[in-house]
Design a protein around this ligand. Structure first.
Ligand code: NAP
Ligand code: GDP
Length: 319
């Protein structure tokens, strides 16, 4: 049997590292996995992207590489979020098409859905209105991936699809104090506040609601998508609606995992972003009714433990 060659772009990031860990545990004999980072190619550059495809000759691609960040990075760098993501996606789609890649799985996000919408949101609602103004550069660039999937299928018969995860967290995340997503940002800030004996300040009101997915759970679901999911239409990869929690709940879970005993307060001069993005995972449940998500507090404890164990190891924690 010919081996599949699976190229993972963004292989050094949060999701890529989780996929690598799951695959290293499985050791599949019929697949060779390659985890590429920006050291392998600058995917904003067509020639660099082509050279990477020349080198690895993938039969399957999981495209994770992107300019990624939390609410505050999205508000500051709208143009870069638009330009870099549009360029990377265009280069990847074109190379996958030109080289007859058998399957391409790209990554959208529930934060690209319309701001004013009915809830819960599902896979059919991506283009039904403007996204929240705070992340429009990222959201419009990512929405085009769904359009590209359909166009490449219609014109060239390509088997290209996308997953739609909610807010992701886990080991190997980006723990930057200003530009990261809420969980890694709060873990890092809470860790420093504990060391300094200062109050732990949460940005915004703490009231917005989010569904979070642990990177290892997402990794398992993305590997399943690559192997089994045959629709061009995207699929939401999320915990259920009943597992939606507030940012204040997140802050208390972070404080508990860090054993932070001091004062927790909220800086309401900072933005809240979209109030909620409640996603429906019925399509996923139709395919995988028995998939078990890691309980939130357990995933949080593992992530915080990893962060603290690696904080002082040179180059281990992105911060
Ligand atoms: P991440 O940890 O920030 O990692 C980004 C990855 O992209 C890194 O491997 C990085 O390589 C690579 N990359 C960035 N710019 C590149 C370039 N110009 N050329 C080549 N590679 C480049 O991202 P993540 O959180 O794992 O996100 C993975 C996917 O999930 C993304 O498509 C993102 O949009 C999507 N997503 C993320 C979230 C979330 O909460 N994190 C939520 C929903 C969807 P280096 O390490 O070499 O810089
Ligand atoms: P989003 O889920 O796409 O909106 O992105 P984030 O992961 O950045 O979460 C943003 C929500 O968390 C907003 O309601 C913020 O006000 C709140 N938040 C609280 N503290 C922080 C923090 O330290 N960093 C970030 N990124 N968000 C925070």
């Amino acid at each position: 049997m010919t081996k599949k060659i699976v190229l993972v772009t963004g292989g050094s990031g949060l999701v890529g590292s989780a996929i690598r860990e799951v695959i290293e545990g499985e050791k599949p004999s019929d697949e060779e996995w390659i985890f590429a980072s920006s050291k392998d190619a600058n995917l904003c550059d067509p020639e660099s992207t082509a050279a990477m495809f020349d080198k690895y000759k993938p039969t399957h691609v999981i495209h994770l590489a992107a300019q990624v960040g939390g609410l505050f990075a999205n508000m500051k760098y709208k143009v870069e979020f638009w330009r870099n993501n549009i360029a990377m996606n265009d280069n990847i789609f074109q190379e996958c098409h030109k080289r007859g890649v058998q399957k391409l799985v790209s990554c959208l996000s529930t934060c690209i859905f319309p701001d004013k919408t009915t809830f819960p949101i599902d896979e059919t609602m991506i283009h039904n209105g403007p996204p929240h103004f705070s992340n429009e550069g990222y959201a419009y660039a990512k929405r085009m991936v769904d359009v590209q999937n359909r166009m490449y299928k219609a014109q060239h018969g390509c088997n290209f699809t996308a997953v739609i995860p909610t807010n992701i967290f886990g080991k190997h995340d980006n723990f930057h104090l200003d530009d990261s997503h809420v969980i890694p940002g709060l873990i890092h800030r809470g860790y420093l506040c504990k060391q300094k004996g200062e109050p732990f300040t949460i940005w915004g009101s703490g009231k917005p609601l989010r569904q979070f997915i642990y990177s290892t759970d997402l990794a398992r679901l993305m590997i399943w998508t690559m192997r089994e999911y045959e629709e061009a239409d995207p699929i939401i990869l999320s915990v259920g609606e009943e597992d939606e929690i507030s940012i204040a709940d997140v802050a208390h879970s972070v404080a508990k995992a860090l054993d932070f005993q001091g004062e927790v307060n909220f800086d309401t001069t900072k933005a809240d972003g979209q109030f909620k993005k409640t996603a429906n995972n019925a399509k996923l449940r139709k395919y995988l009714p028995d998939f078990k998500f890691t309980p939130f507090d357990e995933a949080m404890a593992t992530t915080v433990e990893w962060f603290m164990a690696n904080y002082d190891v040179p180059g281990a924690v992105r911060k």
